[in-house]
Design a protein around this ligand. Structure first.
Ligand code: AMP
Length: 127
């Protein structure tokens, strides 16, 4: 099934400079900025600049160059935030929501980097 990208989504508007963001890092193919409603002391969103809806879309259709740049950008931000797991027990959680069941609000691929406190259980249990 083809992926349908809505270029009016809020992250597309950020990429076009139509609305501001609190930029953390920018590369040729990726942009990282602070989440507007942080759920942890560090809450950074990393997005590719290309029009990809979700992670599987990106993984299947992006170029190797885009994938490497995006993945490295996540690593660089973890290093920049100083949250790389180590002897001090720090760490972080990556989340990438997709589609309705994944409860994705913004239909442009983004990875949440959450850090700065214990992030808690992976998901809430439901019956
Ligand atoms: P998701 O549910 O994974 O699609 O998450 C979307 C995230 O985008 C949420 O955590 C929002 O707080 C965040 N968000 C929405 N609008 C903006 C914005 N203008 N700047 C930064 N983050 C935003």
């Amino acid at each position: 099934m083809p992926y349908i990208y809505d270029d009016q989504n809020i992250f597309a508007k950020i990429l076009r400079g139509e609305i501001p963001c609190n930029k953390v890092l920018e590369t040729e193919h990726a942009l990282a900025f602070s989440d507007i409603a942080p759920k942890a002391p560090h809450h950074v969103l990393v997005i590719p600049k290309g029009p990809y809806v979700c992670h599987d879309h990106f993984a299947l259709d992006a170029t190797d160059t885009e994938i490497v740049d995006f993945t490295r950008t996540i690593g660089r931000i973890c290093a920049q935030l100083g949250v790389t797991p180590g002897a001090d027990g720090a760490g972080y959680r990556l989340i990438s929501n997709a589609g309705n069941d994944g409860v994705q609000e913004v239909p442009h691929l983004h990875v949440h980097i959450l850090a700065g406190r214990n992030i808690g259980p992976m998901v809430m249990a439901r019956d």
